[in-house]
Design a protein around this ligand. Structure first.
Ligand SMILES: C[S@@+](CC[C@H](N)C(=O)[O-])C[C@H]1O[C@@H](n2cnc3c(N)ncnc32)[C@H](O)[C@@H]1O
Length: 188
């Protein structure tokens, strides 16, 4: 029987404390699964009419919790994650590029273009000192950003290039849609 979600979340928190975030995903990345996938999928369906799924960057894509639903909804997806390529490939048969938040802050995505960036259960793991630069680079490659999170964090400021458009939730998972101040949203 699957462990109750509260216990899973508690176990992950303890593991973060013991191994650090990097150590945890280096050790467990290949077998990572998100127990809140049902809520993630429900929110993606709910928001489908206000988001452009034509070319989605699944940032910190884990084992494909977001990507699997985007594909099912007829969208195109590119996954990036430094630690979970095996889990992502095992599930979707796709390759996740090993690009980290730190790489993004250093300009790894400059020159690319996506219709939407989705970061689910992950951006709060980025070092807060790097968040402004990560957000700035993301706002230059995509007109829309969707953050899925069970927390208040990450806290994203308008001066980092993103304006909050809508916030909704399904059970305890929140969905925040942001609009880039640098890029125009094209057809939906
Ligand atoms: C809680 S999981 C979320 C995965 C997936 N997006 C989901 O919704 O289930 C956090 C993800 O962040 C990734 N991650 C951890 N540190 C990272 C870093 N420094 N840069 C980019 N991704 C990182 C992990 O590999 C993991 O896939």
């Amino acid at each position: 029987m699957a462990a109750p979600k509260g216990i899973m979340a508690e176990k992950i928190r303890v593991q973060y404390e013991n191994l650090g975030v990097t150590g945890f995903y280096q050790t467990h990345g290949a077998t990572y699964r998100n127990p809140h996938e049902k809520q993630i999928h429900a929110l993606l369906v709910q928001l489908a009419t206000q988001l452009n799924f034509s070319s989605v960057l699944d940032l910190a894509c884990g084992s494909g919790e977001v990507s699997s639903k985007i594909l099912e909804l007829g969208g195109n997806i590119s996954g990036i994650d430094p630690y979970t390529a095996d889990a992502y490939h095992q599930r979707l048969g796709l390759t996740a590029e090993a690009i980290s938040f730190e790489d993004i802050a250093n300009g790894a995505l400059v020159g690319r273009h996506y219709s939407l960036v989705i970061c689910s259960f992950a951006l709060h793991l980025a070092d807060t000192s790097r968040l402004p630069l990560i957000c700035y680079h993301l706002a230059n490659i995509s007109p829309q950003l969707l953050i899925l999170t069970p927390h208040k964090r990450p806290s994203i400021k308008p001066e980092w290039g993103w304006q909050l458009e809508t916030e909704t939730h399904f059970e305890r998972v929140k969905a925040r849609v942001y609009k880039s101040v640098y890029q125009e949203v094209t057809e939906l």
